[in-house]
Ligand binder design. Structure first.
Ligand code: GLN
Length: 453
């Protein structure tokens, strides 16, 4: 017995069939009429897309997976949404996520979990489990996700889909509800590397509305994917990150990973080993920096400006008491846990010991990447140490949930891009292989990913 819609997958929080069909009909009419307008259609015109419900949309609700924003409608579109609308891609609806993108299983959604289409008893990863599951279940060919610590790549891995975290600043984040602003990135989710390349080229590029947006053109990603699909990796140095394999990685994951290395070698790649000794501190530093930024970013949910407002059950109605009542009712346990952690880490007297140390670790991780990219053009690791785990098996132990992010977090800490591609099955469940590239070199991910696909 399974709850939720879509044969139990429950990937969508909101579906807007009418709006999507109207756009599809418009594209059909343009194609039928032919001529210059038909010629000018974007290659993705008419291709439906699902949007993670952390990204704001006019005309459809945006909840961030939280009761705090239940029923809230954004008065504006995110820049990426403006771009997919301009390309005439029908927006199917908004996909489920862990509340405010905090989690690795989508079980922290206030609207019930999404289930993995490969096995409805298992999690689809998180926080973007809805986007990944929608694509894996053939409900949508493309989706948008956000990746702060792996929320595009880890769900991609455990659902057998492709997911890309672009270079920090490569895709505008204007209209993505901020989780941890120094780490957040919007990116594509798809079934093939080439599909992600088309979507990434569409949504990427400079946006004056996002002050962290890189002021440079999007790299030639489609071309890189096509080159990779030809299967030729001659001369490409692929660096195996010593610290992101072996102990802690399931044997089935390690086996598929080893086979991927063989496949790349057969395609002409040169496999080298690189060491990133400071990656072992990445998870600890992330779980200080991210909650610190969360505690600041979520302060705007005060019961006054957006969404929910709850009055105190008794006693005087002061601003402080309305704020407290609203947050008590509006935020779930995981969100509260992180806000408390973050405010503690930032408090006077502890700031240097926690946030300050974590920022130093961040620099060390960046140096590890720089050294590794001297020896290799792209780096490779399993995307997640495990295949999809069973629903409910980690919810009571936050640390075990956090451990699932061990391989994805270093990229966010350094701002470098990453991709996950399907790497076969372990006991019937998908295993993901991750490639990482230097900042601005996203094209290398598409070449390597398509070669392995
Ligand atoms: N699992 C990570 C976390 O819980 C993922 C966050 C993300 O990428 N949005 O923080």
């Amino acid at each position: 017995a399974v709850d939720g819609g879509e044969n139990g997958v429950n990937a969508f929080l909101h579906v807007n069939t009418e709006q999507a069909l109207a756009v599809a009909a418009e594209v059909d009419a343009i194609r039928a009429a032919g001529g210059a307008e038909a010629e000018a259609l974007h290659p993705l015109a008419g291709v439906p897309i699902a949007v993670k419900d952390l990204i704001v949309t006019i005309g459809q609700p945006t909840t961030a997976g939280s009761k705090m924003l239940e029923g809230w409608m954004s008065p504006y579109d995110a820049t990426v949404v403006e771009k997919i609308r301009a390309a005439k891609m029908p927006i199917l609806g908004k996909t489920n996520l862990d509340e405010f993108a905090m989690g690795s299983s989508t079980e922290h959604s206030a609207y019930g979990p999404t289930r993995n289409p490969w096995d409805l008893g298992r999690i689809p990863g998180g926080s973007g489990g809805g986007s990944a599951a929608a694509v894996a279940a053939f409900e949508a060919p493309l989706a948008l996700g956000t990746d702060t610590g792996g929320s595009i790549r880890q769900p991609g891995a455990v659902t057998g889909t492709v997911g890309v975290k672009p270079t920090y600043g490569g895709v505008s984040r204007y209209g993505a509800i901020a989780m941890a602003s120094s780490l957040d990135q919007i990116g594509p989710v798809s079934r093939t590397v080439l599909d992600s390349a088309y979507l990434h080229e569409l949504i990427g590029g400079h946006d004056p509305a996002d002050s962290t947006s890189l002021n440079e053109p999007v790299p030639a990603l489609v071309e890189a994917a096509e080159l990779g699909a030809s299967g030729d990796m001659t001369g490409v140095r692929v660096g195996v990150i010593k610290e992101l394999q072996g102990e802690g990685y399931e044997p089935g994951v390690q086996a598929r990973f080893n086979e991927s290395l063989e496949a790349l070698r057969a395609a002409g790649a040169e496999i080298v080993e690189v060491s990133c000794p400071n990656f072992k501190y990445a998870l600890g530093a992330y779980y200080l920096i991210m909650p610190s930024e969360v505690s600041s970013n979520l302060a705007k949910f005060d019961g006054v400006r957006f969404g929910k407002r709850v009055l105190p059950a008794e006693g005087p109605v002061t601003i402080e008491r309305v704020m407290a009542a609203t947050r008590a009712a509006g935020f779930g346990d995981e969100v509260k846990r992180r806000i408390i952690l973050g405010t503690y880490a930032l408090s006077a007297g502890y700031y240097d010991a926690y946030y300050g140390s974590a920022q130093k670790v961040r620099t060390l991780i960046q140096r590890d990447f720089a050294a590794a990219f001297e020896l290799a053009d792209v780096l490779i690791s399993p995307t997640s140490p495990t295949v999809a785990f069973e629903l409910g098996s980690r919810t009571s132990d936050p640390l075990s949930m956090y451990l699932n992010d061990v391989a994805t977090i270093p990229a966010n800490m350094a701002g470098v891009p990453g991709i996950t591609v399907p790497g076969g099955l372990s006991e019937g469940l998908p295993v993901g292989i991750q490639f990482l590239a230097p900042a601005r070199e996203d094209a290398r991910l598409y070449r390597a990913g398509a070669a392995l696909e």
